[in-house]
Design a protein around this ligand. Structure first.
Ligand code: TRP
Length: 331
């Protein structure tokens, strides 16, 4: 079975765009591949979180992914920091990673620009840690967004370099797996074409948002003064509202407002009220599962320990073999 590895940054809550995007596909992949999903808490140290924030963020992300259907029985769901073998492989890879190639990495150059006061060595070697995450399970596929493709390219470079250096055919070449066509794009509430947490306040609806928060956000969504003639093309913001309705409301509801738009009798206030209730209907079961899981420390501990054990089985084998290949021999 194909081995899939993906890391999840423990930052922020999942929004509808995440859910209809990668998340639904992660859930499906569990049935067809041998999946390793981990929370990248080592990586998050580059931003220097407080201990309380670190733990809180990891817990929230774990709970939200479980609530969405990541299944610890089907997949290996673990914390990166529960697998210190990753840190050892990272050390080995760093010995053959050149500062020049790391400095040329786009994500590193972006960080130099965005946080000039905290350009730490962990940021520079972010790609080697990510490579270690991936090749420690000898992964074939890595489901990531476009922004991670360069990191995957570097992972292949490091894996191939290791194979060449030691004249072995040990690590497979992992490929980025872009869901492409299968991705349902969810528009934002602020007129931008994409829902995302970096797009600004009020653009994204989170699965964990309380109903009154969702009502407020949806009612504030950008609109225009309405159509004045039949078949008038929709402005982007209006297109977005219909896009959200298409994803979350029934076909009848969508058709009703579509007809009203065509007849120039649409009242965006009514449309938004309906959309808000449909969003709430969709998110409520998720929110309830999240709230429930947040209370259930015993279950979370069981999940994390199970993941740790399964991940360890795969990782310790790799690191042991790598040590031997490198020449660390027992006396
Ligand atoms: N860099 C990824 C991101 O920012 C997170 C990540 C860390 C990752 N290690 C990984 C993704 C290994 C895939 C495989 O989203």
């Amino acid at each position: 079975m194909e081995i899939v590895v993906s890391g999840i940054r423990p930052t922020g809550n999942l929004h509808l765009g995440n859910y209809f995007g990668a998340m639904q596909n992660f859930v499906k992949m569990q049935d067809t591949s041998n999946c390793y999903f981990f929370i990248a808490d080592y990586h998050s140290l580059t931003t220097h979180p407080t201990p309380a924030d670190l733990h809180g963020n990891v817990k929230q992300v774990l709970v939200e992914y479980l609530a969405c259907g990541l299944d610890p029985e089907k997949s290996t769901l673990y914390l990166q920091s529960d697998l210190p073998e990753t840190a050892e492989l990272y050390l080995f890879l760093n010995m053959n990673a050149y500062t020049g190639e790391l400095e040329r990495c786009t994500s590193f150059k972006d960080k130099i620009r965005s946080q000039p006061d905290n350009v730490n060595a962990g940021l520079l070697t972010y790609p080697t840690l990510m490579a270690a995450d991936i090749i420690i399970h000898k992964a074939h596929k890595v489901p990531v967004g476009k922004d991670q493709e360069q990191h995957l390219e570097m992972t292949r470079t490091f894996a191939n370099r290791f194979n060449r250096m030691y004249k072995v055919d040990y690590f497979p070449e992992p490929v980025a797996y872009n869901f492409g066509e299968q991705l349902v794009k969810i528009p934002g509430l602020d007129g931008s074409t994409k829902m995302g947490k970096s797009e600004g306040e009020g653009n994204a609806i989170f699965l964990f948002d309380a109903p009154e928060v969702i009502r407020k956000k949806v009612m504030k969504a950008v609109t225009d003064s309405g159509p004045t003639e039949p078949n008038q093309p929709k402005a982007q913001a209006i297109e977005n509202l219909f896009g959200l309705m298409k994803a979350l409301s029934t076909p009848d509801t969508l058709q009703f407002f579509e007809n009203q738009y065509q007849a120039c009798s649409i009242r965006y206030g009514d449309m938004k009220k309906q959309l808000a209730e449909d969003v709430i209907k969709f998110t409520t079961p998720f929110r309830e599962r999240i709230l429930d899981l947040l209370q259930n420390e015993a279950y979370l501990s069981k999940v994390v320990n199970m993941g740790k054990e399964k991940a360890h089985a795969s990782a310790s084998k790799t690191v042991q073999e790598v040590r031997e290949i490198i020449g660390f021999k027992a006396f």
